[in-house]
Design a protein around this ligand. Structure first.
Ligand code: CUA
Length: 315
């Protein structure tokens, strides 16, 4: 990425960037000019009309019509300019072009998942074509999150039980950060993702391959290790024994855990599968029931791979 942004703004990566930036700079520079004018006038009058002698009287001047009209009309016009300009940009940002490609965005504690129209889904990585509008249809499975790509000037709250929308058209290839900007719990600051912008031909090849299944010749537990990263399991489950939001995966297979209802349960294949698809069913004592379901996000074979990976993490 050649564009490194400016002092005030990150690099400009979408068609909306220049719209937002020019309005921002208009407000900034106007404010600076007015600030200098007002402060300059204060300083000037302070000197000019300072008390010079003990018995000096002010004259009876009380108003100046021309000046008053001037300082009412100019700011009013400026405010109108900002309003009309801002409103037009707002409409542009919120109404996606009719030909936009739609991608479903789901937020949950604490990762993003993306569903493409061809059935492919990914976690924390959104791949989009260069120079084509992309519309995001967003909802949350739990609390309020907020989808933010600073380089695209795209930011929209993601709510449970409701759809919100955002759209953008990327103007340069590369990788751009996605942040969650609504405090959503312990893992909020780790709720990170990236948008990868590919030139159109590359995107076409990618989306074709993306729906294809597993990489050939990889052991199941290696695939599981990849999924552990790509599906963001690491946000809550460590593999080194550290206790985080959820139990660590290290040495957990075969262990007998005490559950929140007091009963005991051995961690076997079925328990892991149930915990992935229906996480609230059996909570290990001492942990909160905060995990979202991966029903529909993980294919059966991917669940198998994760089980194989967890098995491989011996104490
Ligand atoms: Cu999701 Cu903060």
């Amino acid at each position: 990425m050649s564009d490194t942004g400016t002092l005030f703004m990150p690099p400009a990566g979408s068609t909306l960037s220049s719209e937002v930036d020019s309005l921002f700079y208009f407000i900034l520079y106007t404010a600076i000019v007015i600030f200098i004018l007002v402060m300059g006038a204060i300083a000037f009058f302070m000197l000019k009309y300072r008390r010079k002698g003990a018995r000096e009287l002010t004259d009876g001047r009380d108003h100046n019509l021309k000046l008053e009209i001037l300082w009412t009309v100019i700011p009013t016009l400026l405010v109108f300019v900002v309003f009309i300009w801002g409103f037009r940009t707002y409409i542009k940002m919120h109404v996606a072009p009719a030909n936009a490609q739609e991608i479903k965005v789901t937020a949950q504690k604490w990762f993003w998942s993306f569903d493409y129209q061809n059935g492919y889904n990914s976690v924390n990585e959104l791949v989009v074509p260069l120079g084509k509008p992309v519309k995001l249809l967003m909802s949350s499975q739990d609390v309020i999150h907020s989808f933010f790509v600073p380089d695209f000037r795209v930011k929209m709250d993601v709510l449970p039980n409701r759809y919100t929308q955002a759209w953008f058209e990327a103007t340069q290839p590369g990788e751009f950060n996605i942040f969650c900007t609504e405090y959503c719990g312990k893992g909020h600051s780790e709720m990170l993702g990236k948008v990868t912008v590919l030139p159109q031909e590359e995107y076409a090849t990618w989306i074709e391959k993306a729906s294809a299944d597993f990489p050939e010749g990889m052991a199941l537990n290696e695939i599981g290790a990849k999924l552990y990263q790509s599906k963001a399991c690491f946000t809550c489950h460590s593999v080194d024994g550290t206790i985080s939001v959820g139990p660590s995966f290290k040495g957990v297979f075969g262990k007998t855990e005490r559950l929140s209802d007091g009963s005991q349960n051995t961690v076997d294949e079925n328990y892991i599968r149930e915990s992935i698809l229906n996480p609230q069913a059996k909570i290990v004592q001492g942990f909160q029931p905060v995990m979202p379901t991966y029903q529909g996000t993980l294919k059966d074979k991917e669940i198998d791979a994760l089980i194989a990976y967890i098995k491989s993490l011996k104490e």
